[in-house]
Ligand binder design. Structure first.
Ligand code: AMP
Ligand code: ZN
Length: 466
């Protein structure tokens, strides 16, 4: 199969992907900070990472995907100042920090499941890995990379000469561009906290003993400790949103490489922002939508997924309701092709993928995950091609990358169903697959209230008006 080329932020150029171990790929993706619901901008990043994983699996690699859950230590400012986001959110809500983290983690996976994002093989919480983080800080301390201030243990970036390589900026350049220093005890503006002490006289909900005093880990150390623990070092790929290029990822690299003396990861991939009217979507910007908001307005989560597929991951995606409407329509039309092909007796097992179409599809996905182009290839094909079995075989094969659940589309026109009903049916299917029959039955009752009866068939659920 033709080779996969990816844009590597480290070095800023497209490179042929080669795994460290033959046929296996280790990926680490920075996960959510669970102090609030993920907004659809965050979810765009997870969809990009899911596409990356699916393309690697399409190429036959055995992927090991690790994602962290930041449930402690992420302060309101990325420069180690301000409050812990989770403790602050807990105070506002009246729930404990632990309860809150648990609740938002569950909400996060509910969203990613609805978007058909594959679950990482390892999901690791920062609070479950405090000992690993302390061990890593000790290692850095023994090697002379750390110093102590009145509020914590810091990493001295001047001891790590390649700091900022990822940003394409030398330490001198970074210093020159730095804002007025907020913490006068830091030796260099780019130094960052490895361990923060609990504030004097106050008890935090989340705090631990350490060789340096009671406190909590800095935000970056969890990713260094857990990526190496589960993937070894170096590992193949590390991903996140573009906002991680300037601080979080350089700090991870400094910690991991200073401690182990070898490269952290070979490939660094970053997804661009989702914007609203040209401004980055963010909780603090007040312009963030939740997946739930989209569902309430009658759109399917998979329509949002389609919307994301239609813009290359390194290009900003400006969210509008009109664009979402267009994505919902396009998805419905693609399903229509599946339904029609089935209705005239198409059988994917009997179909073939035309070699030229497959070649064009591969060319697109191998060109730094050019999914918009791969969708274009797919549309050209379904419009021009007549054989229903070939159509189904090709669509279902390509959908291993798109993840639009096209093979779950059956002959009745689901398009006429209210979005709410479709969503409930999808949730019930998920519950059934998870063998959670109690929930599946509760959902069946909800669907019945909306006037539909679910009939389970070997080809999947069918609906009848009651
Ligand atoms: P957080 O939960 O804030 O740590 O962010 C989770 C992920 O979403 C990170 O990989 C961020 O880089 C990414 N992210 C944050 N804002 C946006 C946005 N507006 N568009 C796309 N990705 C984002
Ligand atoms: Zn990280």
């Amino acid at each position: 199969m033709a080779t996969l080329k990816l844009f590597n932020t480290l070095g800023r150029r497209q490179e042929e992907f080669r795994p460290i171990r033959e046929n296996e790929v280790g990926i680490y993706t920075c996960g959510p900070t669970v102090y609030d619901y993920a907004h659809i901008g965050n979810l765009r990043t997870y969809i990009f990472e899911d596409i990356l994983r699916r393309v690697l699996e399409y190429h036959g690699y055995k992927v090991k995907h690790v994602m962290n859950i930041t449930d402690v230590g992420h302060l309101t400012s990325d420069a180690d100042e301000g409050e812990d986001k989770i403790e602050a959110s807990a105070r506002r809500s009246g729930k404990s920090a632990w309860e809150l983290a648990e609740m938002y983690t569950r909400a996060f996976f509910r969203d990613t499941e609805r978007l058909n994002i594959l679950r990482p093989h390892v999901v690791c919480k920062a609070t479950d890995h405090i000992a690993d983080q302390i061990a890593l800080i000790r290692k850095l301390e023994e090697k002379g990379y750390t110093y102590k201030t009145s509020d914590g243990i810091y990493f001295d970036v001047s001891k790590f000469p390649t700091y900022g390589e990822l940003v394409g900026q030398s330490l001198e350049e970074k210093k020159a561009g730095a804002r007025v220093e907020v913490n006068p005890e830091k030796r260099n503006p780019a130094d960052f906290a490895l361990w923060k002490f609990s504030p004097k006289g106050a008890k935090r909900q989340m705090e631990w003993d350490s060789p340096w005093g009671v406190g909590f880990p800095g935000w970056h150390i969890e990713c260094s400790a857990m990526s190496t623990k589960y993937l070894g070092q170096p590992f193949d790929m590390h991903c996140g949103g573009v906002d991680h290029i300037s601080t979080h990822h350089p700090n991870e690299i400094a910690q991991s490489e200073a401690a182990e003396g070898v490269k952290m990861a070979n490939f660094w991939l970053h997804g661009e922002f989702m914007t609203v009217e040209g401004r980055r979507m963010g909780k603090s910007e007040g312009n963030a939508y939740l997946l739930e908001d989209l569902i309430k307005r009658g759109y399917e989560p998979l329509a949002f997924r389609y919307l994301c597929l239609n813009t290359h991951y390194r290009v900003q995606l400006n969210f509008t309701w009109q664009a979402l409407e267009g994505a919902q329509t396009a998805l419905e039309r693609l399903r229509e092709h599946v339904r029609n092909a089935r209705a005239v007796g198409g059988d994917p097992a009997q179909g073939k993928i035309p070699p030229l179409v497959r070649e064009r599809f591969l060319e697109a996905i191998n060109d730094d995950l050019n999914i918009p182009q791969a969708l274009g290839v797919t549309w050209d094909f379904v419009r021009a091609h007549q054989n229903p079995s070939d159509k189904l075989a090709t669509l279902f094969d390509f959908d291993r990358v798109f993840g639009l659940k096209l093979s779950e589309v059956h002959s009745e026109p689901q398009g006429e169903l209210p979005a709410e009903v479709r969503e409930l049916v999808a949730q019930r299917e998920a519950a059934r697959k998870a063998k959670n029959f109690k929930e599946a039955d509760a959902l069946r009752a909800k669907i019945a209230k909306l006037g539909y009866e679910v009939i389970d068939t070997p080809q999947g659920p069918k609906l009848r008006r009651r």
